[in-house]
Design a protein around this ligand. Sequence first.
Ligand code: GUN
Ligand code: ZN
Length: 436
Amino acid sequence: MSTLKDSLAPLALKGRILSFDRDPGRSEDNSYTYFESGVVLIEGGYISAVGENIRIPEEAQITDYGDYLICPGFIDAHVHYPQINIIASYGEQLLEWLKKYTFPEESRFSDKKFATSVSSFFLDELVKNGVTTASVFCTSHPNSVDAFFEESSKRDLRMIAGKVLMDRNAPEGVCDTAQAGYNHSKELIEKWHQIGRNLYAITPRFAPTSSPEQLEMAGQLYSEVDNVYVQSHVSENVAEIEWVKKLFPEAKTYLEVYQNFNLLGPRSLYGHGIYFSDEDIELVSSTGTGIVHCPTSNLFMGSGLFELKKMYDAKVSIALGSDIAGGTSLSPFSVMKGAYEIAQLKGFSLSPLQAFYMATLGSSKTLHLDDKIGKLVPGYEADLVVIDLESTPIIKNRLQGAQNLEDLLFAQIILADERSIAATYCNGNMLYQRNL
Ligand code: GUN
Ligand code: ZN
């Protein structure tokens, strides 16, 4: 079938180019490909060539970004779109914050029109921040998922999302039942999973708001559907952990609750994991469970300090997430900065290369999408971001004089924000361009 894109001219984007080939922390060899003055060629939504001396077809439309940096689009592996308008809610830790701010806001998403307008705003903001893939919590209302996937399909984004499952310990307006939650998830999977670029995540909110029956059904669905994801929260906050102990006394740890319901494994993504025991770390590592580090959320909510080095040494599959609205910014620079700061507090200096790797290829590996996104190589989906490396006077001054790649990246991590995103391309289409 021919699509509009097939008939469009190839795009040739010129600039500095950076793409990771492997994890810089685990490799003696060079972990990335960098061209000081290169070209990314895009045809039919895919990258068709990358390099310094590639042949640009005559009919190609050329955009020269000069010394801007072209990277794979960033990945946000844990974010709640319905919470975008309660960002910066004051003064509470997790359980009170959920009661006071989050559940009332999420109850509004029974209204499809409202869900559509928030989805549209959220996705525009995400793309403006250079994020091209995210793993997204909707609300318990099936409408909220339809609204989200309709808007992501319009933009041709590769998105993972799912209906929140929660059948207890929360107000009626945000709860489902075990059976309705299962049925609706199944219907939404049939409607959206692997349709276009959309992928579905079975989404039990967290153990305290799901009955054992609901978790059982979620585990069953996870085993039934090809390539489906699971996303949830684990071990984020001390009071939360105490509550889980009371609700599930038979489990040795919070993580074990999910293990008992067959909810760990490849394509399962758990936000936080701050208070893991050594056994928990071994369990996530051996099951291939993904852990999403959400540093700005952990700081804002006063949740605790993630053990990045320890998890990394145990070969846990790690991704990065903004966790809006626990987190404070959609910008991957803010998330990487938070990861750097928390690592510093734990006596470990996260390298800028490692941080950029985690926000691109590292997260795509954790999402099991590293055969499609996260790299700039031929055959990959053309999701990429163009970064102005001197977007503010302070960054410009900081980068005067000798510059190596690490310096350039570190200045972005600590100092850049959405002003540095010059353009974002999704599946070969320019979805965002900064005003000049
Ligand atoms: N745990 C359960 N629900 C949530 C949520 O919405 N945000 C965060 N940060 N943690 C949670
Ligand atoms: Zn979250």
